[in-house]
Structure formats: C-alpha cells, structure tokens
Design a protein around this ligand. Structure first.
Ligand SMILES: [Zn+2]
Ligand SMILES: [Zn+2]
Length: 251
C-alpha cells in the first residue's frame, strides 16, 4: 500500500498544512480518507486525478474532515464522473442529503451511495481488495478509526480521538498507525491527543505497532515537533514521525 498525506492540519489555518485528508493506494483505485478544506487542491498537486477519486471514507463529520467533499463531487460531475460512494459514521446520509437540499442544482446530477458504519463493521469497497474495519474513538461527535488491510499489510488511521483502548485494539500488529496528535505535551485537552497522553498506550508488547505517524496538528504544535517525537520514542521503540502534507509512505 502507498499512503499520501494530502492534509495534516486542522480547522485553524497554518503554513504548509491544509485540513485532514489522505489517499490510500493499494494498487487498485485510490481511497480518499477524510476530505477537509484544501484536500481537493492537494489531490490536484498529487500524482492522482480527482476524477479517479470516487470512494471517500469519512472518520467523522467535523468541517475540517468533510469541507471539500461536495466540491470534489462537483468537480467530478463537471468532468462527467457522477457516481461516488461515501463511507462514514452514523449521520452521514442525513448530512449529504441536507447539503444537496441546499445545492439543488446538483440534485439528480450526481449519484452518491452512502454506507454508514459503526464500531466493528467491516467493508471492502468495490474495485479494491482493502478490508476496512471501523472502531469508534473518543471525540466530541461520533468519530471512527479505520483498520485497512491489503496484501498482507495493515494501516490504521485514528480519526479524531483521545488515545483510547478501542483504537489501540484496532491497531494491534499494524505496520503503520496514523494517529492524531493535536497538541503538544502540557496541553490539558479532551477529545484529542497529545504526545504524553498517547505514550502510555503505545506499550509495544501489547500493540506491536511498527511505525507511527502523527497528523492533525494544531498550530500550537509548531516548534514542538521534535520534542513530541522524543516523548513518544521514550515509550515506543518503533519508528515515529510527524506527517507532512504531500508526504508519501509505503506500508
Ligand atoms: Zn473532529
Ligand atoms: Zn479534526
């Protein structure tokens, strides 16, 4: 599998990071996971064509994860690609239906298939061999993490969450865990992760995770990147890295 980080930032704008999004390429059609503001532009900047992106997997419905979904669907419609599939948490169908109620000029022009997922659900998107398992994180709205398995390799994406046992159980044995790390050590936050709050969950004989990439960085993380990696490395022997927009990794 190849992963391209399209957006590693959050709702507050900052230099070099747009909102959340990444592409999973298992050799068949690309899967887009989350699609915040700036992601459509970064698909354009990437090796992928937006017209090839018609399967979108949403962790949750916060704006910094979904703002570019309708613009992507519109761009594809204008290029005669009208069919898309969205996987997402409970409420996804109502969300896209209400959006299309507002943008009536798109009604009847696009064909959006919505599949709502909850903890424990397993899907394999058409045209791929990716087995995707969902687990619920701890966030201010229902938010899913995903375990994506293909060709004997495993990637886990946390979505927005506090460090929690459900996402860590989902991550057991993963080749790569992409986990949010919104704030630096010392921030007292709920619903999100800091290097100190995740460190205790990364005991490797329990999780057996090989590589950890940190994403979903608030501007407050600027200047604390190296310190954050070092705090985690103290507890975790695997590879730890801060993700950046347009970084591509092999899983
Ligand atoms: Zn969120
Ligand atoms: Zn977010």
């Amino acid at each position: 599998m190849k992963i391209t980080f399209l957006g590693t930032g959050v709702a507050i704008p900052q230099a070099g990071r747009v909102q959340s999004g990444l592409i999973i390429d298992a050799g068949s059609k690309p899967l887009l996971v989350d699609c915040g503001s700036g992601v459509l532009k970064n698909i354009f900047e990437s090796r992928y064509q937006h017209t090839d992106v018609n399967t979108i997997i949403l962790s949750h419905l916060h704006l910094d994860h979904v703002a570019d979904v309708l613009p992507l669907i519109k761009a594809n419609w204008l290029c005669d690609k009208t069919v898309s599939t969205i996987y997402g948490p409970e409420g996804t169908y109502q969300w896209i239906t209400k959006l299309l109620d507002i943008y009536q000029y798109m009604q009847g022009k696009v064909d959006i298939n919505v599949i709502e997922m909850s903890s424990g659900d397993v899907v394999t998107p058409l045209g791929t061999d990716c087995r995707i398992t969902a687990a619920e994180g701890v966030h201010s709205v229902p938010s899913l993490g995903f375990r994506i398995e293909s060709g004997g390799r495993t990637l886990v994406y946390s979505g927005d969450t506090e460090p929690c046992t459900s996402i860590m159980n989902l991550s057991r044995g993963a080749d790569v865990l992409i986990h949010e790390c919104s704030f630096p050590a010392g921030f007292d936050v709920t619903n999100h992760t800091t290097p100190t709050s995740i460190a205790g969950f990364l005991v490797e004989d329990v999780t057996d995770i090989k590589n950890l990439y940190l994403t979903h960085l608030y501007p407050q993380m600027q200047g604390h990147e190296q310190e954050s990696v070092e705090i985690i490395k103290y507890h975790f022997a695997g590879h730890v890295q801060i993700a950046s927009d347009m970084l591509t990794i092999k899983v």
